[in-house]
Design a protein around this ligand. Sequence first.
Ligand code: AHR
Length: 329
Amino acid sequence: MKKRVWILLCLLFMMLASCTQGSNDSRNPSENTEGLIVVGFSQVGAESDWRHANSKSMRDTFSEENGYRLVFRDAQQKLENQIAAIREFIELKVDYIVFAPVSEEGWDDVLREAKAAGIPVIIVDRMIQTSDDNLFTCWVGSDFRKEGDVAVAWMENAFEARSSINIVHLQGSMGSSAQIGRTEGLQAGVDRNSGWEIIYRDSGDFTQVKGKEVMEYVLKQYTRIDVLYCENDNMAYGAMEAMDMAARTYGVNGEVTILSFDATRTGLEATLQGKINYNVECNPLHGPRVEAVILQLEKGEVPDKLAYVEEMSFDAATITQEDIDARAY
Ligand code: AHR
């Protein structure tokens, strides 16, 4: 009897251990790398549909069939986890370090360590602030400020005839480039349009749950909301849930105009249904882009230091089913 309990406890322990590893790779990353290029990738987390699509793109690209061993580490949206992952990659002597930064600040020390180890560092998706650009090899990602400017240009056109608008601003994870750029875009719009007022601003950390939480609070405080400027689709879904529960209307035929970012498939479906008025794309398919950089480096070529991804935007008034069918994420 005692033996059985002991075996059960061991099994339980093993299950718990594998759970705490989250979606990280559990294999020994240094085993059997003969002929494979070893890539250590530190991902932000799993906070949004965008992020899932981004992780899939990286995993699909850096597969063994394609000649890679991917060491994937999920930072669970914590800077310290990312720094620990990069130190682990250095210890493992991976061929390339790739990371999508949780936030812009705090990278110089660990990047100096990677440089001293002679490992090329490729930054993807968001950007960092550094005192020395030579601490990373190159960057591939989105122009988040431009995304914000595109959204604001649409607002300026849509609200041209209105002398005042009340804006609720749901921000992404504070300190990330995606939040900083989209927030700067809106702020610039508010600064040049005297009738625009941000009546409430808070972070929903790019998640549906927090988007809903913040919006529930906002709806209790404010009766007139003209615009919800929401820094990603998942927070918009959460905010829409809150508005449904509070019987407040939104979208093309509603009281609250919604602007969102990412333009994932579900986000575009909501746009086609007229629930989201305007959706600005943020493209997550970075796997092949990072691979192109690695292949250049393998050949001794010098990749562009900064490579911005081309992105589109979608208006509920003009989006079509074909736009959604063309979406790979
Ligand atoms: O950095 C890209 C942003 O991060 C996406 O807009 C958001 O959904 C994600 O979590």
